[in-house]
Write a protein that binds this ligand. Structure first.
Ligand code: MRU
Length: 369
């Protein structure tokens, strides 16, 4: 793939009346799109990590709802309604931590309700348009937060990131990697240190791939090397994405993020979180209330078909952890940068979003359109 093609990498795309998603399980050795035409199929794609990353999961779920509506458009209203409820339920059960999934489903339900008096084919069309809007908005939001975040990075900065919060994790541009892309577009010489991100290797497989395609210098390290790099003065800033930010500013993100935040604090290195406002969940008071996904033990005992751990060993595999707000230097949102996030600042942001009509903001909560 050329670097120009990589810049336009689309984790999801609408093609010939169906959803196509890059199969992120097999990157970087294979680059292939899988096609989807039902909510159940999309739910399975989310569960099995064909698509992953909070904003991308939200976009996929929105298309899952639209696909189901299109599939059922010849049905009578009661059968259509039941099929749609099943679709919402299946998609909501696909993964628990990224709030963007529930944000997108709430937005799709609102659109469905507002189209309820229309013929079924028009309801389906309205839902497809809503999914397209969510996708397009995500790219706009990422570009906006990228611009805000780029101002925080000095020319020559060496930036450590954990997991993949890039184009592959979103509709495009990325959140954490969006900040890096925007800084590079602004003419800054940025280099990236990618944690490999055990056990699913989003850093080694996905972040490194995205950066290599674009010729942004990237150095891959194993997760346990971050402290060494920081202690030697080789890291100027950390930027990560997030799956859910609580009302007090606590940040849930890929397992291992907390460890990086503690290390950054120890070494006086700024720890930034790239956070579209759709990832903020004011309904959870703090990080302890964020549901943390536990994934299959096989992800820890081996990789793909190879098992390296003894059969019978006990295993834990929490997929996310929570970084307390006090360790966060700033949240970078599309609305601007929130330095040292706390309950009062989160309340102020939520208040400003409430006074923004939903039609002009991708954020929850938002006010009537
Ligand atoms: O399990 P994943 O790969 O879906 O986890 C992804 C992350 O933790 C990302 O950092 C987060 O979703 C932000 S993506 C812009």
């Amino acid at each position: 793939m050329t670097s120009a093609a990589a810049r336009g990498v689309q984790a999801l795309r609408w093609q010939d009346g169906r959803l196509e998603m890059i199969d992120q399980r097999v990157l970087p050795s294979e680059f292939t799109y899988l096609g989807y035409d039902s909510a159940e199929g999309v739910a399975q794609g989310i569960r099995e990590m064909v698509v992953r990353g909070a904003p991308a999961i939200g976009c996929a779920a929105a298309y899952g709802v639209a696909l189901e509506a299109l599939r059922q458009r010849e049905a009578a209203q009661p059968a259509f309604d039941s099929a749609m409820e099943r679709a919402f339920t299946a998609l909501a059960a696909s993964r628990p931590t990224a709030v963007n999934l529930f944000w997108a489903l709430a937005r799709m339900r609102a659109r469905w309700q507002s189209a309820a008096s229309m013929p079924i084919s028009a309801q389906a069309q309205a839902l497809l348009e809503a999914a397209h809007e969510i996708l397009a908005e995500d790219i706009r939001v990422n570009r906006a937060l990228g611009r805000h975040g780029a101002a925080l990075l000095a020319d020559g900065a060496r930036v450590l990131t954990h997991c993949n919060a890039g184009a592959l994790a979103t509709a495009g541009h990325g959140t954490a990697l969006g900040v890096i892309r925007s800084a590079v577009e602004a003419g800054k010489r940025i280099s990236v240190i990618a944690d490999e991100t055990r056990p699913f290797l989003q850093g080694a497989r996905l972040t490194a791939w995205e950066m290599v395609q674009e010729r942004i210098p990237v150095t891959l390290i194993t997760d346990n090397m971050a402290g060494f790099m920081m202690s030697r003065g080789e890291v100027d800033a950390v930027i990560v994405g997030t799956d859910r930010v609580a009302a007090n500013g606590d940040v849930a993100n890929k397992i291992g993020t907390y460890m990086v935040a503690v290390l950054a604090h120890r070494h006086g290195i700024p720890f930034y979180v790239a956070c579209p406002t759709s990832t903020i969940d004011m309904s959870v008071a703090d990080g302890a209330a964020i549901p943390i996904e536990e994934r299959a033990h096989e992800e820890v005992t081996g990789f793909r078909d190879f098992q390296w751990a003894a059969s019978g060993v006990l295993v834990r595999n929490p997929a996310f952890d929570v970084t307390p707000a006090e360790l966060v230097t700033a949240l970078i949102t599309e609305r601007g940068v929130i330095h040292r996030p706390d309950r009062a600042q989160m309340d102020a942001l939520a208040y400003s979003l409430m006074s923004t009509p939903c039609s002009s903001s991708r954020s929850l909560p938002c006010g009537p359109a």
